[in-house]
Design a protein around this ligand. Structure first.
Ligand code: PLP
Length: 282
């Protein structure tokens, strides 16, 4: 496998991380996962803009526009012959003697490499079972940070319950998102999802679903909903780069709707692929 390390394409064996890289010691870095369909990056600009947002918010001095990251990623995908998959990119604050404050002289470390992914078609057809978990994460979930322990622990609990995902709530009145997905409910024909603020990651797929809803004439609302509203929704679905649109048919012991993927979830999923080749959000 070929890896992009800083500005160089190297073999995996050469992509070594220093013991004092702050990503390794503090989780002091940010990341993105960009999907590739039929050899083409999907919504690349949107992902790179969000990566810049995460870098700016964490004060990591790395200007994506100055470099040639988009071209380097294209090159990386081509060298690894990725047709259907994804590229993982992470940028850490760099290497410095271990001390909490930002070091003044560290140079950010960039690593990017392909990760194998295939479409979760079977589960999209049957609908997924998920669980509810308390959201114990920090209050800057808008940053796509490497600090994922809260997300990892929630996903492990889901796995142990043989569930696809854990839907997180701060309190019974406030559902936020999934451990690695955004959450949507459908009520009386309207799609409702958490506002894009510090409690959630503003998913690129979430934004794309907003755009698709507009195109389909489906009302899309950003509003906080409760656990009760979630369990009594007409439909529930998740969205992310790797899950695309994932209908949810069971939450803990509750059946959603009639236990089948709902019609609006299915419509959005169908629409998703009509535009994969050509669409940008803006
Ligand atoms: N929320 C969290 C916590 C995530 O980790 C992710 C993706 O990894 C998402 C939402 C969905 O974001 P995107 O659609 O950009 O993949």
């Amino acid at each position: 496998m070929i890896i992009l390390k800083n500005n160089q394409l190297v073999q995996r064996e050469e992509a070594i991380i220093d013991m004092e890289d702050r990503g390794f010691q503090f989780g002091d870095g940010v990341y993105e996962v960009i999907r590739i369909y039929e050899g083409k990056f999907f919504l690349m600009n949107e992902h790179l803009e969000r990566l810049q947002y995460s870098l700016t918010e964490t004060g990591i001095e790395f200007d994506i526009k100055k470099g040639k990251l988009a071209e380097q990623l294209e090159d990386l995908a081509e060298k690894n012959q990725i047709d259907d998959g994804a590229i993982y990119i992470q940028i850490t604050r760099g290497i410095a003697p271990r001390s909490h404050p930002y070091p003044t002289e560290a140079i950010p470390t960039l690593m990017a490499y392909p990760i194998p992914i295939s479409r979760p078609i079977k589960l999209q057809e049957s609908g997924a079972k998920v669980i509810l978990e308390e959201d114990v994460r920090w209050l800057r979930c808008d940053i796509k940070s490497l600090n994922l322990l809260g997300n990892v622990m929630a996903k492990q609990t889901a796995k142990e319950a043989e569930a696809f995902e854990a839907i997180l709530y701060r309190n019974p009145e406030h559902v936020t998102e999934g451990s690695s997905t955004n959450v949507f409910i459908v009520k009386d024909g309207k799609v409702i999802t958490h506002p894009a603020n510090n409690f959630i990651l503003n998913g690129i797929t979430r934004r794309y679903i907003h755009h698709l809803s507009n195109q389909l004439g489906i009302t899309f609302e950003e509003d906080v909903f409760s656990v009760d509203e979630l369990l009594n929704a007409d439909e529930v679905f998740l969205a992310s780069t790797t899950s695309e649109v994932m209908p949810v048919t069971q939450i803990d012991d509750y059946t959603i709707g009639n236990g089948e993927p709902g019609s609006i979830s299915r419509k959005l999923l169908d629409e998703f692929f009509k535009h994969v080749d050509t669409d940008q959000i803006r």
